[in-house]
Structures are given as structure tokens and as C-alpha cells.
Design a protein around this ligand. Structure first.
Ligand code: ASP
Length: 423
């Protein structure tokens, strides 16, 4: 009997944490640094997942469009999807806002924690922000500009998913209008591409326990858990609790009420994708796995997943929105800023809007947080504080991001009258 994939991944995550914490970053084996072996394994796996994304997204959207058909259907499906994404992100932010106000991680012993935490900006932060560059940008006008890229090949090469999705929608829509003879060839071709990509994904996933081990061990070896708990432990716990509450209370209620499905079955069906999201901290990178889980395990039609999931991986980020809000509030508290209703309202709105523009790559929300901090007049140095916990919280928020996308796909499928295997 072979162990199921999600158990294999879970075991490798646990092993990686054990191994990563047991060794120092400087440990070598046959004079090769252990860290670079872990990094190699992790990067190889991540590259293999990313390799599939462009052809997968394009072919899946085009196939999805040929299933959706007429303009009216597209409008209805698109409207429902966007509404769900907005509402779930807003609920996530409000959960974060509630807990950060209750716990007040930025206030220690009744005083703003600024002095205690020794807020400083270091080179590491600047470097990180630079490496994310415009891919994490949070400007809403820019989101629209990115949606219509002047050069689709360039957009694809840059991993700009929004442009790819928009092009795919147009392509699929107008493909249905050409002569039958050509249309059938095109549909057959794109379906062939799509199915091949899914097979490649399955193949990559078979090797995922090794890749996941590399990714998680890299994080574990580089993180000083004691320092983390001593300095920003309360902030870490606030974010973790809010994410858990959103995933285990809010989303299940939405699933139950709107989709009439069993949330436990949803979590089970999605577990390989959620574990992959946790290890990679990239919702774009996880997309192939999410699609596979939703179609194979949850029984949601390709018509729905192919439209809802790529869009979700790009614009719907509940965990990220929640994190942005809690992080900005934490920094505001630590600096002793007056947190009036209007400041909090501004933070909520910007967190919601910027989470749409954040790319599905590791650490992308740091850029969005700089947008919030500037908007409410806080110094960007505060970001230095977030660096200590960023990777681990990134892993958690990405898991929530992916879970929320899948919940949307389920709800849309059910409201469109689909029988899934989640009831
Ligand atoms: N890493 C997140 C994702 O890929 C984005 C972020 O919050 O930084 O979904």
C-alpha cells in the first residue's frame, strides 16, 4: 500500500522542520553547505511547477471559455466570481482587524513597542523590496494596465498572469465565432494542450515530497525561532490566529451556506494543494496543483475551475489582505499612532485593493504594505520588523489564499447546478 500524496508531503514538512532546526546555516556535508543542497531541491521543484503555468493557464482559460460559451454566461460567472472574491477578502480583513485590536501586539506593557523592538531598516529589506519590484505593486490603475499587456509574449515571459488570463478570455471567446471546421480543430488542440499540462503536473507532484522538503528545510534552517518568539511573537500569533479563524470558521460557513457542501471534504480534497502552497509560499506556483485537486478530488468541472482558479490565484488573496491589515495596524500600534476610525478604514480599503494587485509569489505583500504605510503616514522602517516572521507567515497566508480560491470554485460550481463530490 502506498502512502497518499498529502501524507507524504506532510511527513516531509515535519522532517524538514526537524532537520532544519537541528542544523546550523553553516553546516556542510562533504564540504557542500547543507543550505545550498536544500535550496537546490526546493528551487528545482518550484521551477518545475512554474514551468507548467503559462501553457496551463492559457489552455485552461481557452478551454473554459469554449465551455462557458455565450457572453451572457461569461458575465454571470465573472460577476459571481468577482463578488465572492471581494466579499471573502473583506471578511478576512475584518477578522484580522478585530483580532489585532483585541490583542494589540504592537503595545507591550501599555507602551508602544517601538523602543523595545528597536525599529531599524536594514539592507535586507531594501534588497527584498527591490527583488519583488513592480510585480507586487498595489496601484489599482496599474492592475488594469497590466490586464491589457502590449505584448502578450513578454507578459507571459514575465509571468504576468492577469494579462495572460485576459488574452485567454478574448481568445477563447472569439475562437467560438470562427467557422466550424477551424473551430473544432482549435478546441481539440487546446484541450490536448490542457490535458498534457495536467499530466505533467501530476508527474511533478509525484516528486513533490522531495521539493517540499528542500523548501521547508531552507526556511527552518534560516529562521531563529527563539528570536522570532521573543521579539514579534505576539504579532506572529495574532496573524496565525486570524488566518486560522478565517480558514476554519468564515470560509466553512460560506461553503456550507452558499455551496451546501461539507467543508471538511473540501479541506481533504484540497490538502495536497494547501500543503504545496504552504511549502512554496506562492499561489501562482501552486495553481497547477490546485486545479488538479479541484477537478480530480472535488469533482468540480473543468469549465468552472479553468476560469475561477487562475483568476483567483492572481487577484484573490484573503490571507494576504488579512496580513496586510494586521501588519499595518501592528506597525501603527508600535509607533504609537492614533488609530482613529478613519485610519483603520483607510487601512481596510487599501488592504482590499492592494491584495488584488499583489502577485502570487513569495513576499509579494511587503510591497503592498509599503503602500499602506505611506498612505497612513507611517515610516517604511516598520517593514524591518516584519522581516523576521515574513517567510513563515507567507507560507500560512498563501495556504489561506489558495484555500479561498478553491472555495470560490466550489461555490460557483454548486450555484451553477454542478454535482461535486463534496456534498
Ligand atoms: N506569497 C503570497 C501568494 O503567493 C503573496 C503574499 O502575500 O506575499 O499568495
Amino acid at each position: 500500500m502506498k502512502l497518499q500524496l498529502h501524507w507524504q508531503i506532510l511527513i516531509s514538512i515535519i522532517l524538514a522542520v526537524v532537520v532544519g532546526t537541528a542544523f546550523e546555516p553553516t553546516t556542510t556535508i562533504f564540504s557542500i553547505p547543507l543550505l545550498s543542497i536544500f535550496e537546490f531541491l526546493g528551487t528545482l521543484f518550484l521551477n518545475a511547477l512554474k514551468m507548467v503555468i503559462v501553457p496551463l493557464v492559457l489552455s485552461s482559460i481557452i478551454c473554459g471559455m469554449s465551455g462557458i460559451g455565450s457572453g451572457g454566461n461569461l458575465g454571470r460567472l465573472g460577476g459571481k466570481t468577482l463578488a465572492f472574491y471581494m466579499i471573502s477578502s473583506l471578511l478576512a480583513i475584518l477578522m484580522g482587524l478585530f483580532l489585532v485590536n483585541m490583542i494589540q501586539p504592537g503595545i507591550i506593557g501599555g507602551e508602544p513597542a517601538k523602543e523595545l523592538l528597536g525599529l531599524t531598516i536594514d539592507g535586507q529589506v531594501e534588497q527584498k523590496l527591490e527583488s519583488i519590484g513592480n510585480r507586487g505593486a498595489g496601484d489599482i490603475a496599474e492592475v488594469f494596465l497590466r490586464m491589457v499587456p502590449p505584448n502578450i509574449v513578454f507578459a507571459a515571459a514575465q509571468g504576468q498572469m492577469l494579462g495572460l488570463i485576459f488574452f485567454g478570455i478574448l481568445f477563447g471567446f472569439f475562437m467560438l465565432k470562427i467557422e466550424n471546421e477551424h473551430k473544432n480543430i482549435m478546441i481539440g488542440f487546446w484541450q490536448g494542450v490542457f490535458q498534457t499540462m495536467m499530466f505533467i503536473t501530476m508527474f511533478v507532484m509525484k516528486l513533490s515530497p522531495y521539493g517540499v522538503f528542500g523548501l521547508v528545510a531552507t526556511t527552518a534552517i534560516a529562521t531563529d525561532f527563539r528570536e522570532l518568539m521573543e521579539t514579534v511573537g505576539l504579532f506572529f500569533l495574532t496573524v496565525a490566529m486570524a488566518l486560522l479563524a478565517h480558514a476554519l470558521i468564515t470560509m466553512p460557513i460560506l461553503l456550507k451556506v452558499l455551496g451546501r457542501v461539507n467543508p471538511v471534504k473540501q479541506i481533504k480534497a484540497l490538502s495536497p494543494a494547501m500543503l504545496t502552497a504552504f511549502s512554496t509560499a506562492s499561489s501562482s506556483g501552486t495553481l497547477p496543483v490546485t486545479m488538479e485537486c479541484m477537478e480530480k478530488n472535488a469533482g468540480v468541472s473543468n469549465k468552472t475551475t479553468s476560469f475561477v482558479l487562475p483568476l483567483g490565484a492572481t487577484i484573490n488573496m484573503d490571507g494576504t489582505a488579512l496580513y496586510e491589515c494586521v501588519a499595518a495596524m501592528f506597525i501603527a500600534q508600535a509607533y504609537g499612532l492614533e488609530l482613529s476610525f478613519s485610519v483603520q478604514f483607510t487601512i481596510v480599503v487599501i488592504a482590499l485593493l492592494t491584495s488584488i494587485g499583489v502577485a502570487g509569489i513569495p513576499s509579494a505583500s511587503l510591497v503592498a504594505i509599503t503602500v499602506i504605510l505611506s498612505a497612513v503616514g507611517l515610516p517604511l522602517e516598520g517593514i524591518g520588523l516584519l522581516m523576521i516572521t515574513d517567510r513563515i507567515l507567507d507560507m500560512m497566508r498563501t495556504t489561506v489564499n489558495v484555500f479561498s480560491d478553491s472555495c470560490c470554485a466550489t461555490v460557483i460550481a454548486r450555484t451553477e447546478g454542478e454535482e461535486t463530490s463534496l456534498q
